[in-house]
Design a protein around this ligand. Sequence first.
Ligand SMILES: [Fe+2]
Ligand SMILES: [Fe+2]
Length: 257
Amino acid sequence: MRVLAHLSDLHFGRTDPVVVEALLADLAAQKPDLVIVSGDLTQRARTHQFAEARAFLDRLPAPAMVVPGNHDLAPLYRPLNRLFRPRARFEHHLAGHADSTMWNDERLLVVGLDSTRHLRWKSGKLRTRHLDQLDNALAAAPQVVCRVAFLHHPPATALSGHSFDALADRGVDLVLTGHAHKAHLELITGQHHGTAILVQASTACSTRLREDANGYGIIRVAMPETMVEVRGWSGERFHAVRQQHYRKHGGHWKECP
Ligand SMILES: [Fe+2]
Ligand SMILES: [Fe+2]
């Protein structure tokens, strides 16, 4: 079995320190093999916010993989940086995390895809090069039994929603996203009938709450089965809010009651 922790939208600069500490303690108790962070680590891509994010990643109980979110690009009020060096601070401060966009431990393949667009603020995009990147990673790891892709933007805000179908058709088992600050689980089906489990996480520890409380996901992969547990903040601690069990049969994922 592999245990993945999926965090998103940390937004250092707008975090609740009590929630941050409780999150680290809860993560340690879950004993993940890998922590996946699907973007928006900072509120405004400021140096001290990236330093806080880096310190947080360094305290995690497992290796971490990250991709940027729209909040991690140089802000629009710094137009030259935004235009020419949008990811410079992200890459500088998160070196060692940001450049490890692939994880392959023989059983599990995890690929991070940068869906941000520096000329647009909120909408993301999956580009042809992402699918090429994924194809190369999949071709190089034929032995893995579970394939995971993660990116910041969910289907509702990615300009090419059908790109998510393409992930399912490529044999990706799990697609992990954030950005909406709302936990959501869904099975997606590609045009060629591939299926993937979409896991969208709430904001893990920021005060930028929308409908959901702070939360994150624990994903237990024991092929052909996967259990996704949404863990939410009660005001005192993180606890299991929802558990959804999936089984892959005949090449397709199905929800189990
Ligand atoms: Fe966010
Ligand atoms: Fe975002």
